[in-house]
Design a protein around this ligand. Structure first.
Ligand code: 13P
Length: 248
């Protein structure tokens, strides 16, 4: 049986003090150990939040990682640096990175590999835009995004990775995929991996992201191929995030 995972993606939000209270609020309400849980915080908060969550079961993550190990890459943060700050996870290929900052399937695959080189679990974000869904291209897009990573790192690399299916049209829009719409894509992803390696497919955690909230999380998480969530807006409030966590 797969263990579920709920990850908060704080995106570019918060101040030093609000970030600290949010992390402390989450920790204080963690309660029963029903699933894995982590928060992906802005780089500049990693140090302080890392100290707060140290030796707790609230995992620390970054929102991106460089595609190279070191060198003259102004503004980038390497996987080795993230490791030093105690990161367990790093998001790679978030649609906001792909849309606004030019991340490509190839650079996402390189980021994924860089994370794994340092023992950081990449959370590979994939998903289609509304236009792609309306043109019936969802599975094609998902396949292309997955293939870039599989070609570079191989199917067995997924043993140390998490996949997040985030339909772009559902991110921050308040428009959530229905339980069935999400399950259909999750099932497709798992089957696509199973065709290459059944054991890897059975084991990998596939998270749903896109306007997941306390009132819709239970239904989504009850779907057989949805193993938790990648939560944006609702992870900025400890109570909402914990309610989602306790819905797994
Ligand atoms: P929202 O939950 O705000 O829609 O964001 C989802 C997301 O992008 C998580 O990475």
């Amino acid at each position: 049986m797969r263990r579920s995972l709920v990850v908060g993606n704080w995106k570019m939000n918060g101040t030093r003090s609000s970030a600290e209270s949010l992390a402390k609020g989450i920790l204080s309400g963690l309660g029963e150990d029903v699933a894995d849980i982590a928060i992906c915080v802005p780089y500049v908060f990693l140090n302080e939040i890392g100290q707060i969550v140290q030796n707790t079961r609230l995992g620390l993550g970054a929102q991106n990682v460089a595609d190279k190990p070191s060198g003259a890459y102004t503004g980038e943060i390497s996987a080795g640096m993230l490791k030093e700050f105690g990161c367990k996870y790093a998001l790679v290929g978030h649609s906001e990175r792909r849309t606004y900052y030019g991340d490509t399937d190839e650079s996402v695959a390189a980021r994924y590999s860089q994370a794994q080189e340092q023992g950081i679990i990449p959370v590979l974000c994939i998903g289609e835009t509304l236009e792609e869904r309306e043109k019936d291209k969802t599975f094609e897009v998902i396949t292309t995004q997955l293939d870039a990573v599989l070609t570079k790192a191989g199917v067995n690399s997924l043993d140390n990775a998490v996949i997040a299916y985030e339909p772009v049209w559902a991110i921050g829009t308040g428009r959530t995929a229905t339980d069935e719409q999400a399950q259909e894509v999750h099932q497709f992803i798992r089957q696509y991996i199973a065709d290459k390696d059944k054991a890897v497919a059975e084991k990998i955690q596939i998270l749903y992201g896109g306007s997941a909230k306390p009132d819709n999380a239970k239904g989504l998480f009850a779907m057989p191929d949805i193993d938790g969530g990648l939560i944006g807006g609702a992870s900025l409030d400890a109570e909402s995030f914990l309610k989602i966590y306790h819905s797994v």
